[in-house]
Design a protein around this ligand. Structure first.
Ligand SMILES: [Mg+2]
Length: 280
């Protein structure tokens, strides 16, 4: 006979497995414009850094879609469930740990890997991949139109995704939003590299994005993110323009708006602060 704990644990794992299947089925059924990724996700060869290449870096979570979509809340619930079920923590302990790690390491997962021996890929399956994102994220035609205008303006050479999530989650978001065909590549947090999870605002994450995109010089980089800490790093590295997306109140966990950044409330307001990039 199973103990109560084992029983709850099994229910939890069954629930996650079922949701993962549903998510994959839904993803396979997508046919709307922008539902398919056109770029090579993990290219074997890095491009030669080009000093003239102009790259626009886009954060994904709470940036390409509104924070008020509540995906963040859903993710927090999912993280807490994971902490409770896999680490046997009580709700309050789990909450405390999550906040501490998020604040200290930019991602709860970094603390889990460092101090609890958690398998980051398993965590990713249980937390990010199991979110029923399809119930929340729908094709965003306004976002699509803006990105098409940016591509067609001739002012930017590459539109590049730059996320702290693992690739599965990032790609799922852009496919559901119907903009997956409008980017040239993605720099993500590689959960397979368990010894060193490199994520924003760590400078090495920016260096990785620079290398992977072929950017030769930070002064030819534009960057939008909802984290003040990430934006601050972009500014300190000399990126041309950094745009802090603040939908409502500044989130203290994510840091204040740094000096020299532009502020927008929604991603489709980019042309308001960067009109030069949207003119032909
Ligand atoms: Mg974000």
């Amino acid at each position: 006979m199973m103990t109560v704990t084992e029983d709850t644990h099994k229910t939890y794992e069954d629930h996650v497995t079922k949701q993962l299947e549903l998510n994959q089925e839904h993803l396979n059924s997508l046919t709307h414009p922008g539902s398919q990724v056109k770029f090579d996700v993990d290219p074997d060869i890095l491009p030669t850094p080009d000093p003239n290449l102009r790259v626009f870096f886009f954060d994904i979570d709470n940036c390409l879609y509104r924070n008020s979509t509540k995906i963040h809340d859903l993710m927090q619930i999912s993280i807490l469930e994971y902490f409770k079920n896999e680490l046997n923590l009580k709700h309050e302990e789990a909450e405390k740990l999550n906040n501490t790690y998020y604040k200290q390491y930019g991602l709860a997962i970094r603390g889990l890997v460092m101090f609890h021996g958690i398998d980051a890929m398993q965590y990713n399956r249980f937390v990010d991949d199991s979110l029923p994102l399809q119930n929340i994220l729908k094709p965003d035609l306004k976002l699509r139109e803006m990105l098409i205008n940016l591509r067609n303006s001739g002012k930017i050479d590459k539109l590049w995704l730059f996320t702290n999530a693992y690739k599965n989650h990032g790609l799922r978001c852009i496919r559901l939003l119907g903009v997956a065909d409008l980017f040239d590549g993605i720099t993500y947090c590689d959960y397979r590299q368990t010894d060193t999870l490199i994520c924003k605002p760590d400078e090495r994450a920016f260096e990785k994005a620079k290398l992977q995109s072929g950017l030769g010089d930070y002064k030819n980089a534009w960057f939008v993110d909802d984290s003040g800490l990430n934006i601050e790093k972009g500014i300190s590295l000399g990126m041309r323009k950094c745009i802090h997306l603040v939908e409502n109140e500044p989130n203290m966990l994510l840091g204040k708006t740094p000096r020299h950044s532009h502020v927008i409330r929604h991603i489709t307001n980019l042309p308001n602060v960067l009109p030069e990039l949207f003119k032909h």
